[in-house]
Each structure stands twice: as C-alpha cells, then as structure tokens.
Design a protein around this ligand. Structure first.
Ligand code: CTP
Ligand code: MG
Length: 248
C-alpha cells in the first residue's frame, strides 16, 4: 500500500522586473490571449493533484494588486500566502522558503516546487515526473537536452571550448527539493557573499555538495524573457490550453 502522500508546496516567483522584456507592465502580468502570463502556471498548480498549496512571491508593493487582480479574480484558492520578494531571484526564493520555515502548520517533511511565473507551460505530466524524481533523488530540476551546440566564451568573446552537446541540458523550472534540504542550502547561502546564483539547483550543488537529478520537461516549457517569446507563447497557449478555453 502506498504511504501517505507528503505535502507539496509550490513557490511561484513573480518579483522580477522583466528588464529584458522592456515592457511597461512586468512580463508576468502581460496579457497572453486574454489572461496574464502568470495565470497559466497558477492554473496548472491549482488543478494539480500533486500540489497542495501555493506561496506567491510578488514584487515590492505589489502584494495587494496580486491578491485582488490575480488570486481573487481567478479563484486560486490554493494560494495560502503572498509575500514580497527581493532584488535578485535567489532572494525572492529565500522569502518563499522562509514562509514555509515559519508557517504555523510547518511540515518540513514535504517537498517544494520552485517555479518561475514567467513559464506558463508547466503541465501536470511535468509535475508528475518531477514528483517521482524528487522522491527518488531528493533534489531534481526540470530541464531539456540542448538542441543547439553550446560554446563557452573567454573574456574577449572568443570560443574557448565546446561541451559535448549530448551532455548539455537547458534548465527550466520547476526545480523540486525536499524542504529540509533546500532550506538548509539556502540558509548557508544567505550567510555568504552571493554572486551569480541563477538557479536553485546551483545552491544545492554548491552548498550541500549533493547531486541534482535532471528530469525531462518539454520544449514548450519556455521562459518568457524577450518580446519574441510572447509570439511563440501565443502559439503554445492555443495548443495547450485551447481545448480548455474555447474562444468565447
Ligand atoms: N524573479 C523574482 N525575483 C527577482 C528576480 C526574478 O521573483 N528578484 C522571478 C521573475 O519574476 C521570473 C523568474 O524569477 O518569473 C525568472 O527570472 P527572469 O526570467 O530573469 O525574470 P526577470 O528578472 O523579471 O527578468 P529580467 O532578468 O529580464 O529583468
Ligand atoms: Mg532576471
């Protein structure tokens, strides 16, 4: 008989400023075929049989906007907390982790799914693979094999080396961890000078010296970063969510 399922919390990051998008409205709130970008991943977590609750990390001064215009407007009842993020992504992650650490019904036996709100196309199959992965490996990240050859450059932008393409993966989110493990890793990190922390797996690799398993996502699970990503995202919304939201 299967043991009781451990609690799974999603941390959805929405405290970025979207500087590479260059839009007035932060990219996670831009309109994508009638709904804000952030809507789509929240919808998937809300409907998921794996995710129990959601912590939303919003920008400074934006928590009330997010509560009214996103959480209440679309009925995301699994959102249990809305908290303010920090200047860098890792600081926003830490704000979300502190909510888990300090919440009254604290249950550090569970798992956390850390997700970028700028990735609308996480789906239930990705969550299932990630959940299986974290149960087996303690720490895993969703990623895809690189389609392109990758070059490492030197300081003058000359190609310095070419990693074997079969070993190059492009990292996505969610990144999924045992809660106790990721809280310990981030606690260590926050006591140090942090430079160039771009994902959560790095923190576990560096601070805990633990291997992080790569689990297949999809090529649709893109991060909306620059304006052309929005055009691509429209195509994917029609394909992935089209059946769910027929044109009214
Ligand atoms: N993020 C965050 N807090 C930050 C920085 C980023 O919560 N201080 C979130 C963003 O909202 C986004 C995700 O982390 O959903 C991935 O980051 P990225 O794509 O870099 O978004 P931005 O930092 O907003 O964009 P840019 O780097 O172009 O400014
Ligand atoms: Mg950024």
């Amino acid at each position: 008989m299967e043991k009781e399922k451990k609690r799974c919390t999603a941390i959805v990051l929405a405290a970025g400023r979207g500087s590479r998008m260059g839009s007035k409205v932060h990219k996670q709130y831009l309109d994508l075929l009638g709904k804000p970008v952030i809507y789509y991943s929240l919808h998937t977590f809300q409907e998921s049989g794996i995710i129990d609750d959601i912590i939303l990390v919003a920008g400074k001064g934006q928590t009330e906007y997010v509560r009214k215009e996103i959480v209440e407007r679309y009925g995301f009842t699994k959102v249990s907390h809305i908290t303010e993020g920090g200047k860098e992504r890792y600081e926003s992650v830490w704000e979300g982790l502190k909510v888990i650490r300090d919440r009254k019904d604290s249950d550090i036996a569970g798992y956390v799914f850390i997700h970028d709100s700028a990735r609308p196309f996480v789906d239930e199959n990705i969550l299932k693979r990630g959940f299986a992965g974290v149960k087996e490996h303690h720490a895993c990240v969703i990623a895809m094999p690189s389609k392109d050859t990758v070059k490492l450059a030197d300081e003058k932008d000359f190609a310095a080396s070419t990693p074997d393409r079969n070993k190059v993966w492009i990292v996505q989110t969610p990144q999924i961890f045992e809660i106790s493990l990721i809280i310990e890793a981030y606690s260590k990190l926050m006591g140090e000078q942090c430079i160039q922390v771009t994902d959560d797996a790095m923190v576990v690799e560096q601070e805990m010296n633990l291997p992080v398993k790569l689990i297949e996502g999809t090529y649709e699970n893109i991060k909306i970063t620059t304006p052309e990503d929005l055009d691509l995202a429209e195509v994917f919304v029609k394909r992935v969510f089209g059946k769910m939201f027929p044109k009214s």
